[in-house]
Design a protein. Structure first.
Length: 108
């Protein structure tokens, strides 16, 4: 994946957490947490801020980062921001993550 794509990783399902999303500043730090017991998506990676779930890493990205995340003992965090109005209008995306400096090597 290109660096520009890694700077704009969408968070899906954020509309389900809209009240939490609305309380966020424009930029913040998100924590990634695997959900191996998630029955809908084997590679589910929840996005948390201050312990509150805000959605999930987009499936096509989570698939590549789930195993490397599982191999780490420590918590993994990354910069995040609220999406622009145009992102929301064109795709419904509320939040974007920046994986460009993530301490994980993605699976091929």
């Amino acid at each position: 994946m290109s660096d520009s794509i890694l700077r704009r990783v969408p968070v899906v399902g954020a509309l389900g957490y809209v009240e939490r999303v609305r309380r966020l500043p424009s930029s913040f730090t998100a924590t990634l947490q695997r959900e191996p017991e998630n029955r809908y998506f084997l590679n589910a990676m929840a996005v948390l801020v201050s312990g509150e779930k805000l959605g999930y890493v987009a499936p096509e990205v989570a698939r590549r980062y789930s195993a490397p995340l599982a191999a780490r003992a420590e918590t993994v965090s990354c910069p995040a921001c609220r999406a622009s109005v145009s992102d929301h209008q064109t795709s419904g995306v509320e939040l974007l993550l920046d994986f460009s400096a993530l301490p994980l090597d993605p699976a091929p």
